[in-house]
Design a protein around this ligand. Structure first.
Ligand code: SF4
Length: 56
């Protein structure tokens, strides 16, 4: 299980710095969570201004 970033993402980058394991990076048109690295802590969820991050 890993958190996911939907198409609501506006690529602001607010979430990336909140991840303790650096699982979030800029992808093609939106930010993406590396499912292999994510530990499902949920720290990023509250950082997103558009609510694009959800638990898988
Ligand atoms: Fe990183 Fe935690 Fe968000 Fe997973 S849930 S991407 S580990 S901040």
């Amino acid at each position: 299980m890993a958190h996911k970033i939907s198409d609501e993402c506006i690529s602001c980058g607010a979430c990336a710095g909140s991840c303790p394991v650096d699982a979030i990076s800029e992808g093609d048109g939106k930010y993406v969570v590396n499912a292999d690295t994510c530990i499902d802590c949920g720290a990023c969820e509250g950082e997103c201004p558009t609510g694009a991050i959800t638990a898988d």
